[in-house]
Ligand binder design. Structure first.
Ligand SMILES: Cc1cc2nc3c(=O)[nH]c(=O)nc-3n(C[C@H](O)[C@H](O)[C@H](O)COP(=O)(O)OP(=O)(O)OC[C@H]3O[C@@H](n4cnc5c(N)ncnc54)[C@H](O)[C@@H]3O)c2cc1C
Length: 327
């Protein structure tokens, strides 16, 4: 559905026609960006959505927790979303946005530049994974992050939590809700006496030693091997990645960040830079697919109101000018 900038019969945007001015350029066609585009296009705004084709949950076979779409492959949700916005005339472009200049000029890789009255950044985040053999290959399959998304499918199974991030202790305590056989592997984490007490109290087993690799056989996780050679048999494991927001476009525009380095946006997604909105995982690592979609929809309302205010001001100015000219 998404068109490349080289397709035949290309529109102004695809050809890089800089005369067109879009009401809104949306960067990122995940749940957040597509939801915003749906609402804005139904409000008869001229919208283009640009996407680099790397949605965060692509490694997973199924998406859970999205009411009415539970269990759908993640790509199928995006296909449905793209088809819906296409119906309302949204232009979908495949490609990467490299830079946005104030004003707004949205610069794509390859030289296409689009002009916009407002920009909405919905570029998501990257999960930075620990450098342990097997981790990257199993990510999203039987090496998981979010219990709310995937623990139900591995309920009552022998599970491990890899202690590669300080957040792993809480993750293990939470995961215990889905299985009474959860082993916590602290790896290089130093557990406090309080951590140990809480893990004990919840009936979690702690097995010390550095993790050497994930043991995989016949495309399935069989266990976790420790440095000494011991293999802890497990059918699924969880880890807490480091979240790295794709926020270069926002920081390039000068958007303010909070004290832990995330771009700040208000409840409607408005950033500190007028005309620039940001929604979904790029500003909130906790946003699930349905939450990201909601954030996109909320931002779309706010952006349309902002555009409407500008439209009314312009109309009043022109009206006064015309009235003065006839006097
Ligand atoms: C393995 C895994 C499984 C998951 N399973 C679930 C689940 O079952 N249920 C659930 O609710 N959540 C799940 N999540 C979380 C889910 O992925 C996020 O909640 C969701 O993707 C956030 O949507 P988003 O629109 O903010 O970002 P994304 O879906 O990541 O979309 C961002 C888009 O922006 C594009 N982009 C980035 N930078 C640029 C640029 N410079 N120019 C152009 N385009 C750009 C990317 O290509 C991408 O398509 C899972 C996450 C992972 C890692």
């Amino acid at each position: 559905m998404i068109k490349t900038t080289n397709d035949d019969n290309s529109s102004g945007a695809q050809r890089g026609d800089t005369d067109e001015v879009y009401d809104v350029v949306v960067v990122g066609a995940g749940a957040a960006g597509l939801s915003a585009a749906l609402l804005l296009s139904r409000a008869r705004r001229k919208v283009v959505v640009i996407d680099a084709g790397t949605p965060r949950n692509a490694p997973a076979a199924h998406m859970h927790g999205f009411l009415s779409r539970d269990g759908l492959p993640p790509g199928a949700l995006l296909d449905l979303g793209q088809a819906e916005v296409d119906r309302y005339g949204v232009q979908l472009l495949q490609g990467r946005v490299d830079q946005i200049d104030h004003g707004y000029h949205v610069r794509m890789e390859g030289g296409v530049v689009l002009k916009a009255r407002r920009v909405l950044i919905a570029t998501g985040l990257r999960d930075e994974l620990p450098d342990i053999p097997g981790v990257r290959e199993r990510w999203g399959k039987d090496l998981l992050h979010c219990p709310y998304c995937h623990a139900y499918e591995v309920r009552d199974q022998p599970l491990a939590v890899l202690g590669t991030h300080p957040g792993a202790v809480h993750q293990a305590l939470l995961l215990r809700q889905w299985s009474d056989d959860v082993i916590f592997l602290p790896h290089t984490l130093d557990l406090t006496p309080e951590d140990r007490e809480r893990l004990d109290a919840r009936g979690l087993y702690v097995v010390g030693g550095e993790i050497k690799q994930l043991v995989v056989d016949d495309d399935r996780l069989r266990g976790v091997e420790l440095a000494g050679g011991r293999v802890v048999p497990r059918t699924a494991a969880f880890l807490f990645p480091r979240f790295v927001p794709h926020d270069e476009l926002l920081t390039g525009l000068g958007c303010a960040k909070d004290d832990v380095g995330w771009v700040v946006s208000d409840r409607t997604g408005r950033t500190s830079v007028p005309g620039v909105w940001a929604v979904g995982n790029v500003v909130d690592p906790r946003a699930q697919v349905i939450t990201a979609a909601g954030m996109g929809s909320t931002a779309a309302f706010a952006i349309n109101t902002d555009l409407l205010d500008e439209d009314i001001d312009r109309a009043v100015e022109q009206h006064r000018y015309a009235a003065a000219a006839t006097r």
